[in-house]
Design a binder for this molecule. Structure first.
Ligand code: CS2
Ligand code: MN
Length: 368
């Protein structure tokens, strides 16, 4: 086995929001040991439009000036017409392909996206207090079902400490209630067909431009408001990857999203798909269940949550994972005022912890 120091396996990166929309700076990220790059996005480009090359170049230059690399784009969101399978989807798919070409031109090799209908991730609380005095994002299924879908956006944004929330674009929010009704009438199989249509159009270009597509799991990993779910358990992930068998049709393996369902065996899921070379990007975080479908996010350290982070990291290591890893959401600690889930301190602790596990597993492998 090759050594950790050669850094042939994974690259540790950190999510950063450009355009003054982050309390965390690139200079701070640069000081986290072992973090070499970022996952970023242009949040002001309306969903469905081509990401202009000059904007991407400027973003890359800004990141490189701070001594970091722009490794992953998280996310180029999918226009709702594509997910709905409307005739207008072809125009948006064409734009998506052009964006992939532009990403390739500036040297980005991995694109994270999701195919969740109507909304991106959802929580019932953005600042749930933990015993240690910190606060975290939390999910309670019953509370969510009682929330008025049309008002969710307002509630979420009202609690976001003034920051935009990734994946919650204003135009998407406006159409939310009507969209939910649309999907309620659509069969799951139709949704899978719409997904395959998108993949079959886009993946050949992802191959051509050498940009790996990495779909993010649905978060939470169970259906809400009658909306279809695709990426929430091992069977559905297999089904998704089989829709298009190219390795460019791959995953963002988010331990916390899949970990929302206590039935999911995360290390086993990682082993299955990493051994097939289908995981390109990993989000690592922990969750703590208070009940079935009721959980809080937690510190990364295994005893703080339900996931065994040693087993998680080992599953990546043993399958020679050579993609990107980032710590996912962290707690809000030490009085930090940042975007919910995306403070500096706890994510930096998470990155160091994951790197520590990786180093220990690697050094142990050398002497065996
Ligand atoms: C992220 C997602 O903040 C988060 O929960 O993990 O929003 C993720 O960026 C998207 O779902 C990927 O498209
Ligand atoms: Mn994630």
């Amino acid at each position: 086995m090759k050594g950790f120091k050669e850094n042939d396996y994974m690259k540790m990166i950190f999510r950063w929001f450009p355009g003054g929309d982050d309390s965390v700076t690139l200079e701070q990220i640069k000081q986290i040991p072992g973090v070499t790059g970022v996952a970023a996005m242009l949040s002001d480009i309306p969903v469905g439009e081509v990401w202009p090359i000059d904007r991407l170049e400027a973003l890359k230059n800004e990141i490189q000036s701070a001594g970091l690399e722009l490794e992953v784009i998280e996310s180029v969101n999918i226009h709702e017409d594509i997910k709905k399978g409307l005739p207008t989807r072809d125009k948006y798919i064409k734009n998506y392909i052009k964006t992939i070409e532009n990403l390739s031109t500036i040297g980005v090799k991995c694109l994270c996206y999701n195919f969740m209908p109507v909304m991106d991730w959802l929580r019932s609380e953005l600042a749930y207090p933990l015993e240690d005095g910190s606060n975290v994002l939390a999910y309670n299924h019953e509370t969510v079902l009682k929330m008025n879908p049309a008002l969710i956006a307002e509630e979420m944004l009202g609690n976001s400490r003034g920051y935009s929330l990734p994946g919650w674009e204003p135009e998407r929010l406006e159409a939310m209630a009507a969209d939910i009704n649309f999907y309620k009438k659509m069969s799951d199989e139709q949704y899978w067909e719409n997904t395959k249509y998108f993949l079959d159009q886009v993946i050949p270009y992802a191959e051509k431009y050498d940009v790996k597509m990495a779909i993010h799991p649905d978060d939470p990993p169970f259906s809400i408001y009658g909306l279809p779910k695709l990426i929430n358990n091992v069977e559905n992930i297999r089904k998704f990857l089989n829709l298009n068998s190219s390795p460019y049709n791959g995953l963002t393996l988010c331990t916390g999203s899949l970990g929302g369902d206590m039935e999911n065996d995360i290390p086993q899921i990682i082993s299955e798909f990493a051994s097939q070379g289908r995981i390109h990007f990993a989000h690592i975080r922990n969750v703590k269940h208070l009940d079935k479908m009721v959980f809080t996010e937690s510190a990364h350290y295994s005893p703080c949550g339900d996931l065994d982070m040693y087993k998680v990291v080992k599953a990546f290591y043993e399958n020679r994972f050579d993609g990107y890893i980032r710590p996912d959401h962290g707690r809000m600690i030490w009085g930090e005022q940042a975007r919910p889930g995306y403070g500096l301190y706890d994510r930096a602790l998470g990155a160091s912890y994951i790197l520590g596990l990786w180093e220990a597993i690697d050094k142990n492998a050398q002497i065996e």
